[in-house]
Write a protein that binds this ligand. Structure first.
Ligand SMILES: Cc1cc2nc3c(=O)[nH]c(=O)nc-3n(C[C@H](O)[C@H](O)[C@H](O)COP(=O)(O)OP(=O)(O)OC[C@H]3O[C@@H](n4cnc5c(N)ncnc54)[C@H](O)[C@@H]3O)c2cc1C
Ligand code: FES
Length: 277
C-alpha cells in the first residue's frame, strides 16, 4: 500500500556524472519522507533559483533510511533546461522534493519468471525494484529474474552493477558495442519463445518508441506486461490533466487516464496508441 506523499526540502549529498549526459543525484531527506514503491516517482525543483518553473518528474532509483535521515537516489539524463540545471547542483544545494507519487509495479503471486526490460534511464525504477527486493519474493517457491537493458552505446548502459548482482543480465546496444546488436525489444523478440506465457510478467520502462514496439511485439501473446510511462508532466498530482493518455475501455470506447495519478505504471494492453481525434 502506497504511503501518503509529502513535500520536503532535500539536500544534495553527491552529484556525479555516470555516463555522457547522465548523472546520479544522492539527496538527503527528512526521515519522515514516505517510503516509495518501485515504479513511483518524485517531482523535483530547485527552490533557490525558482527553476525550472514547473517541477520535473524523476523515478526513484534508490531509497534507504539511515540514522536520522533518508537517502534518495535519482538517475537522470540531461534533455533540457531542468535536467541540465539539476546536473550542475553542488553538494549542499537544496531541492524541493514532492513524493513519492503515482502507482508503482504490482506482481501477482503466480508469477515465476520476471522480465525487466529497460531503455536508457528507464532502468532506474527497475533497479530500485531489485534493490527493494520485497516484490521479488513470492509467497512460496522461486522467482527467476532476467533483465534486458538497452542503450545507444556501451558507455550509456548505466547502473549495470545494480542488475548483475541480482539477476540474469542481458544487454543490447544500437551500435553493437556491448551485448546484442540492436534494440532491447529486438533482443527480447529473439528470446521471447523461451518464456512460458502463463507464469511470466514483463515490467518495462523506457522511451515512448521502445514501449510502443514492445506493445507490438506482445500483441499476439498472452504474456502479461506492465509499463511505466514517461509522459511530460506539469503538476504531477492529478490536477492539470497535462499528462493524460488514451486507454481502451470496454466496448471499443476510449477513456483517458492521468499518468501522474493513475500511473505511471499501466498494463500495456490498456494503452491506446492511436486514439481517435
Ligand atoms: C514518471 C516519470 C519518471 C521519469 N523518470 C526519469 C528518470 O528516472 N530519469 C530521467 O532522466 N528522466 C526521467 N523522466 C523524464 C524527465 O521527467 C524529463 O526528461 C524531464 O522532465 C525533462 O525536463 P527538462 O527541463 O530537462 O527538459 P525540457 O526543457 O522540459 O524538455 C527538453 C526536451 O525533452 C522533451 N521531453 C521533456 N520531457 C519529456 C518526457 N517525459 N518524455 C519525452 N520527452 C520529453 C521535450 O519535448 C523537449 O524536446 C521521467 C518522466 C516521468 C513522467
Ligand atoms: S501532470 Fe497534472 S494531471 Fe498529471
Amino acid at each position: 500500500m502506497a504511503e501518503k506523499p509529502s513535500i520536503a526540502i532535500g539536500q544534495v549529498m553527491e552529484n556525479r556524472g555516470v555516463a555522457p549526459g547522465h548523472f546520479l543525484l544522492t539527496i538527503r531527506l527528512p526521515l519522515s519522507f514516505a517510503t516509495p514503491i518501485p515504479g513511483q516517482f518524485v517531482m523535483i525543483r530547485d527552490p533557490d533559483r525558482g527553476e525550472p518553473l514547473l517541477p520535473r518528474p524523476i523515478s526513484v532509483y534508490g531509497f534507504q533510511r539511515e540514522k536520522g535521515h533518508a537517502i534518495l537516489n535519482l538517475l537522470c539524463r540531461i534533455v533540457g533546461r531542468g535536467t541540465s540545471l539539476f546536473s550542475r547542483l553542488n553538494r549542499g544545494s537544496t531541492l524541493t522534493v514532492l513524493g513519492p507519487l503515482g502507482r508503482g509495479f504490482t506482481i501477482d503471486s503466480d508469477v515465476r519468471q520476471l522480465l525487466l526490460v529497460a531503455g536508457g534511464v528507464g532502468a532506474a525504477p527497475l533497479a530500485f525494484l531489485l534493490q527493494e527486493g520485497s516484490l521479488l519474493k513470492p509467497d512460496s517457491g522461486k522467482r527467476q529474474v532476467t533483465a534486458y537493458l538497452g542503450a545507444g552505446t556501451a558507455e550509456l548502459l548505466t547502473g549495470l552493477n545494480r542488475f548483475q548482482d541480482f539477476c540474469d543480465l542481458r544487454t543490447a546496444t544500437d551500435d553493437g558495442s556491448c551485448g546484442y546488436h540492436g534494440t532491447v525489444t529486438e533482443f527480447l523478440a529473439v528470446d521471447l519463445g523461451e518464456y512460458d506465457a502463463k507464469s511470466t510478467l514483463i515490467l518495462a520502462c523506457g522511451p515512448g518508441a521502445m514501449i510502443r514496439s514492445l506493445a507490438l511485439l506482445l500483441r499476439d501473446t498472452r504474456i502479461r506486461c506492465q509499463v511505466s510511462l514517461e509522459e511530460r508532466m506539469a503538476c504531477g498530482v492529478g490536477a492539470c490533466l497535462g499528462c493524460a493518455v488514451a486507454i481502451k475501455e470496454g466496448e471499443g470506447r476510449t477513456g483517458y487516464r492521468r499518468v501522474c495519478h493513475d500511473g505511471p505504471v499501466f498494463d500495456i494492453g490498456e494503452i491506446l496508441w492511436d486514439p481517435p481525434v
